[in-house]
Design a protein around this ligand. Structure first.
Ligand code: NAD
Length: 483
């Protein structure tokens, strides 16, 4: 029997503080059983214009609400989400396909973003120069209406991280979830609506029109986007027409370097999770594992044994699976094609049998050529190559030989050596002796085609602010003026 009331599974857009249904509805698919999920309205141009107008109307007062007050409201949001944790985890599991434990972790991670931002001190003006006659300061103010355009792999936490940063800095936010996973963010926005004045936080599910429409809209001042590199480029082009501010958090092809001095028994299980978490649909997941040649074979044996021991099944509230399905049919077909390339499989095989779900059993590829697709592209699925390396210069050159630069990880008993390698990796983030584990206080900014600008942490808050440089002369003194 379900512990959740039926009304929890009714969904609407939230515009100007009100639940808005629509004449057109759609349904996303539960990847664990390919069944259609609940009806969800598809926003029209009128809806989107209404949302932008409501946000613009709310902005003057919201932007003047003291920082501390906005922080308290975010902490209230966190309490509301916490009170609905089980329900939201169930929703997340059903729309993403991830195991219930990991869907629960996503809600918990969302809470940590809310509390981090709710408790973050105000961005103080920066004094550049200060003397008897003159003071030069840089101060920070909100940008205006922010559109948060989100992907399907972590639909709740990636949206909430944008919402929390946008709101604490005094912006109004319109969230557009992926059409593959609209439910948890629409429900979240509905649950927290009464905490804010109308128009401060809104959410709209849309079809293919909605994202481009918001990017073109002259009433939107900033786009915060997380998603694929190809869409990121389209957003950058669209934003140029109105010179919107943009933050792009895009795809990666992150490498993990395993040095010969690691304790294989301790490192291999963690590296396995770092690669296969969320069935490989994790932007910062380790997508290429470079293992020193001296330990290559035993490491391969160890990581293969770990992954083989996992339960890989469709996700239900009762299943204790480690991996669930990939999230949607489009992604399933993309991942399937990687299996069809001819590799030596250390785990798995070159076929993906059809089934009643989008489950793909995990695969590990044994030392494929550097130029093979599994090494050069982001599969975003449960298939990972192991590559053997010999010396540091060589592994760094191979790791950096990519158009992406999101993150990377290094494992070594010698922390100085690991840090030396870390400095040579051309990525925005690096983990040493840990699997990739994003934290709300850790700035995330992809290099190369992995992004533009960044989010999270104190640095990330600046991306939601305009700066104003103030040249203050304490007296109006006569001065010689050169023209
Ligand atoms: P996607 O680019 O297909 O879609 C993301 C969002 O953009 C969706 O809401 C979609 O509706 C919208 N969209 C699509 N076309 C648009 C357009 N022309 N204008 C405006 N909006 C548009 O990405 P996805 O498949 O949902 O997500 C997977 C990708 O996201 C992977 O490449 C992954 O690595 C990346 N990702 C990056 C991060 C990060 O923090 N860097 C985090 C998660 C995922």
């Amino acid at each position: 029997m379900s512990f959740i009331s039926d009304s929890f599974f009714q969904f609407s857009n939230t515009i100007n503080g009100e639940a808005r249904s629509g004449s057109k509805v759609t349904q996303a698919v539960n990847p664990s059983n390919k069944q259609l999920l609940w009806n969800v309205p598809v926003a029209t141009e009128d809806d989107l214009n209404g949302a932008v107008a409501a946000a613009a109307a709310a902005f003057p007062s919201w932007s003047q609400t003291p920082w501390g007050e906005r922080g308290k409201l975010l902490l209230q949001v966190s309490e509301t989400l916490k009170a609905n944790l089980k329900e939201m985890a169930s929703l997340g599991m059903q729309e993403t396909g991830k195991p219930i434990n990991y869907a629960t972790t996503e809600v918990e991670h969302s809470l940590s973003f809310l509390t981090y931002h709710g408790n973050h001190p105000e961005l103080a003006p920066k004094t550049v120069e200060d003397n008897d006659n003159f003071k030069l300061t840089v101060r920070y103010s909100p940008i205006g209406v922010v559109a948060a355009i989100c992907p399907w792999n972590y639909p709740l936490v990636l949206a909430i991280s944008k919402i929390a940063a946008a709101l604490i800095t005094g912006n109004c936010v319109i969230v557009k979830p992926s059409p593959f996973t609209p439910y948890s963010i629409l429900k979240f926005t509905e649950l927290v609506q009464s905490i804010f004045p109308p128009g401060v936080i809104q959410a709209v599910n849309g079809d293919d029109m909605a994202g481009p429409f918001l990017c073109d809209h002259p009433g939107v001042q900033k786009i915060s986007f997380t998603g694929s590199i190809s869409t990121g480029k389209k957003i950058m082009a669209a934003a140029s027409r109105t010179l919107k501010r943009i933050t792009l958090e895009l795809g990666g092809n992150d490498a993990c370097i395993v040095c010969p001095d690691v304790d294989i028994g301790v490192a291999a299980p963690q590296i396995a999770v770092g690669s296969f978490l969320n069935s490989g649909q994790f932007c910062m997941g380790s997508k290429r594992i470079y293992v020193h040649k001296d330990i290559y074979r035993p490491f391969m044996q160890a990581i293969t044994d770990v992954v083989k021991s996992w339960k890989v099944t469709p996700s239900t509230s009762e299943a204790d699976n480690t991996l669930g399905p990939v999230q949607n049919e489009m992604q399933y077909n993309i991942v399937k094609r990687f299996f069809e390339d001819s590799y030596t499989f250390a785990l798995g095989e070159g076929t993906v049998p059809d089934s009643d779900s989008f489950v793909i059993r995990p695969a590990i590829i044994d030392n494929p050529p550097d130029k093979s697709r599994i090494v050069t592209e982001e599969p975003f699925g449960p298939i990972v190559p192991l590559l053997s390396w010999t010396d540091e210069d060589e592994v760094i050159r191979r790791v950096n030989d990519t158009n992406t630069g999101l993150g990377g990880s290094i494992w070594s008993a010698d922390v100085e050596r690991a840090d030396r390698l870390a400095q040579r990796i051309d990525t925005g983030t690096v983990w040493i002796n840990s699997r990739p584990k994003p934290l709300p206080m850790g700035y995330l900014a992809g290099r190369k085609e992995s992004g533009l600008g960044g989010e999270w942490g104190t640095e990330g808050l600046f991306s939601y602010c305009n700066t104003q440089t103030v040249h203050l002369y304490r007296t109006v003194a006569p001065r010689p003026t050169k023209v």
